[in-house]
Design a protein around this ligand. Sequence first.
Ligand code: LLP
Length: 414
Amino acid sequence: MHFFEYRENQLFAEQVPVTTLAKEYGTPLYVYSAKTLKRHFNAYDSAFSELNHMTCYSVKANSNIHVLKLLGSMGAGMDIVSGGELYRALKAGISPQKIVYSGVGKRPEEIAQALEADILMFNVESVQELERINDMALRMGKVARISLRINPDVDPKTHPYISTGMEKNKFGIDMKTSFSLYKKAKDFSGIQPIGIDCHIGSQLTTVEPFLEALDKILEFYNELCSWGLCIEYLDLGGGLGITYEEEKPPHPKEFGELLTSRLKGIPLKLILEPGRSIAGNAGILVTEVIYTKDTPSKHFLIVDAAMNDLVRPSLYGSYHRIAEVLPQGRPLQSYDIVGPICESGDFLARDRELAQCESGELLACFSAGAYGFTMSSNYNSRPRACELLVDGANVHCIRRRESYQDLIALEEKE
Ligand code: LLP
């Protein structure tokens, strides 16, 4: 459910016509809906209201500081994966006690930064990382609270690039090694194990893999308990999918009920790290058709948004719904909707049925609020798009469009 709706034959972002936004801010343009972000956060967070829990929004999905501030104001904690994300979260006013730090390659300076900030916990992904955090904490006179990220070897049945909880993936630590590490934790005086963590993948559309992982983790937790190590937190990561096309992922309520029934009565604080399910359908990418081009085998719509703006279709073959901003009831035609970048892999959609379009028309690419702008680049020296946050009738420009000067700003001699 989102607040990008057609009324009076045109697309609105909440109360503002998308054409108005494009006219004022140009294209390609990311538009986010504050009301949708709030609704999604509430739906997710309230689904776990019967459990002692904390919802740590996954910053990588959409890390604009204004989005973080909005979610922070609703009580969200943050799941971070880099020093840059820590910087953003702190700047957005998030309490360090609500920040968890995941990722397989935390550099020493990033570990120091997180220790200095006194974040809630590190989700540790290797033996060497644990040793390094321990050494650094001791050197800095701190104790690092940690979880081990367990790799439960569960198939999340999603795109292979975003499945993370299988043995062959680079993420987490296998259960056997994890158990012996928890046992050895007392030898690491710079470390305090306070949790168990697991994140098996992203865009999961069924609950079974989550439940399979949870069962394994709970068994593991019971073993730890019987051995005498009391763990306070259970971090189940993110991963709940959204509808891009026809997928029917579980509603957060259903997801929450299932986890609640498994976890009720167990004295653990639950941490969740949703990203896509909060931000994905809270954003669209607006683009203008530059040219139409017919070749002997295809009809192309050449638009001003490219793989540098939204890489998901090129990288994962992902589907994003694309529709006219001003529908006119014209007959459909099969199009390849492509960007100006010099690669045949630069497309937003292939063989897509869309109303016959003209150059100069606006299209909206839906479900672009997560892993859209955050994965964008300057490839082909294209300035990155502008980001707007619409809240009712109010429009906030939360990131101005990059300029040509911005493109070379870091390359100039002092
Ligand atoms: N926690 C951890 C440790 C993660 O690695 C991720 C996502 C999340 C939470 C949030 O997962 P979500 O709730 O958003 O599924 N670029 C890809 C998605 C990559 C996800 C990476 N990790 C895409 O565009 O589909």
